[in-house]
Ligand binder design. Sequence first.
Ligand SMILES: C[S@@+](CC[C@H](N)C(=O)[O-])C[C@H]1O[C@@H](n2cnc3c(N)ncnc32)[C@H](O)[C@@H]1O
Length: 435
Amino acid sequence: MLSFVEGRMVVGCVPCHARRMDEQHPHEVDLEITGIAHGGVSVARLDGRVVFVTDTLPGERVRARLSDTSKRSFWRADTVEVIEASPHRTAHVWAEAGIDRDPSERAGGAEFGHIALTHQRALKAEVLTDSLARFAGLRRDVEVLGVEDDDATDGTGWRTRVRAHVDADGVVGPFASRSHRVIPVAGYPLAVPAAAALIPSRLAPGTAEWVDVVAPSAGEPVVLTGSGRTPHGGAGIVERVGDREFRLDASGFWQVHRNAAAVLSSAVASAVASDGRFDPAAANHDLYGGVGLLAAALAGVGGASTRVTSVESSATATEFASENLADWIGARAETARVDRYLDGLARTASPRERERLRAATIVLDPPRQGAGAAVVDRLLELRPQTLVYVACDPVALSRDLGRLLAGGYELGGLTGYDLFPHTHHVEAVAVLHRG
Ligand SMILES: C[S@@+](CC[C@H](N)C(=O)[O-])C[C@H]1O[C@@H](n2cnc3c(N)ncnc32)[C@H](O)[C@@H]1O
C-alpha cells in the first residue's frame, strides 16, 4: 500500500501496533517498522499517524524518541533501542553514528550504515520503484547495482570529497543529522583513506566554518577551508577516467564516489552505443554538463567529429569543459542556465538546426531538485530523438519522467547505481526515446 504525506512517499505502510511508554519517558514509544520512505527514514504508525523513524529498517520493532510532533500529518522519531532486530541489521559502519549514543550525539551522513550493504540496495530499489509508480505512473521494477569494489570494502573508503564543519571552539567534524551541531569523530570510514587522513580534528577557532578534503584520482589530495559558500582560495586538480583526463577546480562539482565518473560515463556510453540511433552530426547536448564528463562519453561513442554542446551554469566549470573537450572539433561548452539556454534555442533555432535537434541525443544530469517542468516542457517542444537522464533523486527523476512520458516519450532502460553506500542516496540512469 502506498500513501503520500507532505511531499514524502511512504512505502508499504500497514497500520501497526504502537504502545506509549511509561510516564518516566513520555516521549518514547514502541513502534513496528513497516516501510521505507524517501530520505533515509523508515515508516511506522502511531494511532494512525505516520511516524518517520531514523536508525531502523522495515521488519524491526524499536523503542523510539519522538523528535518532532509539530506537524498534523506526520511525526518524527529517533530509534533509541532495538526490541526486535531485522536479520539485515549490522553493527553501524561508523561508531560515532550508532544507536548506543544519544540521537543528538550521532554523526550524520551515514543513515543506512546499520544495514547490510546488499539490503541497502534492495531498499533503494524499493524507493525507486515506488517513486516511479507514484510520480510517473510507471510500473517497473528497478535494480540497484553495486559498484564492484564496494563489496570488497563493505561499502567503505569510497568518498573522494568530504566536508567537515568547524564549531565555535574549533572542533572539526560532521554535523549530527538534521542539526548544525558538530560531532567530534575518530575517523571517516566512508572517505577514501587519502582524504580521511587529511581531515583535521581541530582548527584555530574563528578561522573557517568548514573544511573540504578532495582526493582526486590523479595527484595529491587538496584541503580547502572556507566560510559561508566561499572557499579561502582555490586549486586546479586533475581527475582521470579510463585514459581521459579532466581538469577542474577543487571546489567545483565532480562525482563523489571514486568509481562514479567511470560508472556513469560507461552507463551513458553503452546506452547510446547499444541502441544504434546515435547520430554524431546531430545537435547533441550534455545539459548540466559540469566540466564535460558526459559530453566526453557521448563524443567517445561518436568519434572525432561528434557534435556536442555542454551547457553549465558555472563559468569556471565551463572554461574547464572547453579545455577538457578540446580533442573533439565539434564539441563546445556554454555557460548558461539550462532553462534559459533551451528557451533561446526554441526561439532562435533555424529549421535546419531544429532538424538536427530532433536527430539529437541529449544527456541531462541535473542537481538534486531535477530538471523541472520548464526544462522538460522545452525538451518536449524540441523533441530530440533520445534523452539520457542521469538522476540523483528518485522523486525528482520520477516527476520529470512522468511529464516526459505524458509528452510522448517512451522509457527504455532504467538502472539504479549504488554510488553512495551507507547513505540513502542512489543514482539512476534512464534512457528515453521519442515515441
Ligand atoms: C549533478 S552535476 C553534473 C555535472 C556533470 N554531468 C558531471 O557528471 O560531472 C550538476 C551540474 O549542473 C550545474 N547546474 C546546476 N543548476 C544548473 C542550471 N540551472 N543550469 C545549468 N547548470 C546547472 C551545476 O553547477 C553542476 O555542475
